[in-house]
Design a protein around this ligand. Structure first.
Ligand code: NAD
Ligand code: UFG
Length: 339
């Protein structure tokens, strides 16, 4: 199949390109490179030995995107493109709504025009807000509490309306939990710009000596060791989840929603211990206050994806840390160093 990946030069997109190419699919990428570098796609080509067709375009540029659909018989679209920083979304909500929502509207418009009605959308567990109970099932109430999360929830609703208006659309809303790790070869991985917001890239940069110490945001949560608990999922497991989701929609699924997580919660302290083991480095730590907006614990009930997609995350926390460390230690400056 010909699969178009929007935002395909980014962290999850590159790993998913590899997974699709390994299944024999042709990939076409649209990305405006606002949070990525084109060299990431050259690395994908190195890994798979197959070409990636790349269009450096903003998805909101309909006139630019139209010809891509004219040139390629696209069978399905996986829509990763979007801005994803919670903190930035609080400071610049209009930019988040404009980018994430306008890009999705433009994409769907062009898809509709070309009769392409198979779509996988990158949603987030953040749509659940502070869950009433864990593990979280797909039918749990949604209550995102920041503009980033609301942009995801609004897009889910837009896509639901689209499907309601025309049931020949097949749409998978994938709610990712916490993607971490990297391809095991160490050539592609997460390359945040500036100081990382998220735990795993922050720890990696402390381990490699770029940052002095990790601030643990609170050790007084009602969790087994007092630190925050999350469902970390290896990015290659997540990438393979997209392959299964695509197979599902191509079979004529209609609108479906799946949690992609492991179902296991892991604390900040457990991650630190696993990373120290994987890297052989000590991670200096300082306990600070809770980060505003953080929830104590959430993790997925991934049983629906297991049942309907025949997919399950198989990589554990040690493998996530080992692969994150290989990427970080082989590329201390991310994609910036080896260009
Ligand atoms: P990323 O920033 O590495 O990748 C997103 C890509 O989209 C980037 O390459 C960026 O340049 C591109 N992009 C953004 N706006 C665009 C536009 N208007 N036109 C064209 N390209 C555009 O992020 P990621 O971690 O790979 O995340 C991929 C998707 O998954 C995002 O939608 C994100 O919100 C979602 N998600 C990520 C996480 C996570 O923790 N990484 C968790 C849940 C959901
Ligand atoms: N943490 C620290 N120190 C840090 C960074 C994080 O102690 O320097 C802690 C947090 O308090 C939390 C845990 O590590 O307990 C995980 O934090 P992350 O920032 O890595 O991840 P979050 O669960 O807060 O959020 C992430 C993405 C969101 C997404 C959400 C659900 O940043 O965009 O997962 O998918 F919505």
């Amino acid at each position: 199949m010909n699969i178009l990946l929007t935002g395909g030069a980014g962290y999850i997109g590159t790993h998913t390109c590899v997974a699709f190419q390994e299944q024999g699919h042709a990939v076409i990428v649209i990305d405006n490179l606002c949070n990525s570098r084109a060299v990431s796609l050259t690395r994908v080509e190195e890994i798979t030995g197959k070409p990636v067709t790349f269009y450096p375009l903003d998805l909101r540029d309909r006139a630019g995107v139209q010809p891509v659909f004219e040139r390629h018989p696209v069978d399905a679209v996986v829509h990763f493109a979007g801005l994803k920083s919670v903190a930035e979304s609080v400071e610049r909500p209009l930019m988040y709504y404009q980018n994430n929502i306008d890009a999705t509207l433009a994409l769907c418009d062009v898809m509709k025009h070309h009769g392409v009605k198979n779509l996988v959308f990158s949603s987030s567990a953040t749509v659940y807000g502070n869950p009433e109970t864990v593990p979280i099932k797909e039918d749990a109430p949604t209550a995102p509490f920041n503009p980033y999360g609301r942009s995801k929830r609004f897009i889910e609703e837009i896509l639901t309306d689209l499907h309601q208006s025309d049931s020949s659309w097949n749409i998978a809303l994938l709610r990712y939990f916490n993607p971490v790790g990297a391809h095991p070869c160490g050539r592609i991985g997460e390359d945040p710009s500036g100081v990382p917001n998220n735990l795993m890239p922050y720890i990696s940069q402390v381990a490699v000596g770029k940052l002095p110490e990790l601030m643990v945001f609170g050790d007084d949560y009602p969790t087994p060791d007092g630190t925050g608990v999350r469902d970390y999922i290896h990015v290659m497991d997540l990438a393979e989840g997209h392959v299964r989701a695509l197979e599902k929609i191509i079979s004529g699924s209609g609108l479906v929603t799946y949690n992609l997580g492991t179902g296991k919660g892991c604390s900040v302290r457990e991650i630190i211990a696993a990373f120290e083991k994987a890297s052989g480095r000590r991670i200096p730590v300082k306990i600070s206050g809770r980060r505003p907006g953080d929830v104590p614990a959430y993790y997925a009930d991934p049983s629906l994806a297991e049942k309907e997609l025949n997919w399950r995350a198989i990589r554990g926390i040690d493998e996530m840390c080992a692969d994150a460390w290989r990427w970080q230690s082989m590329n201390p400056a991310g994609y910036g160093e080896t260009g």
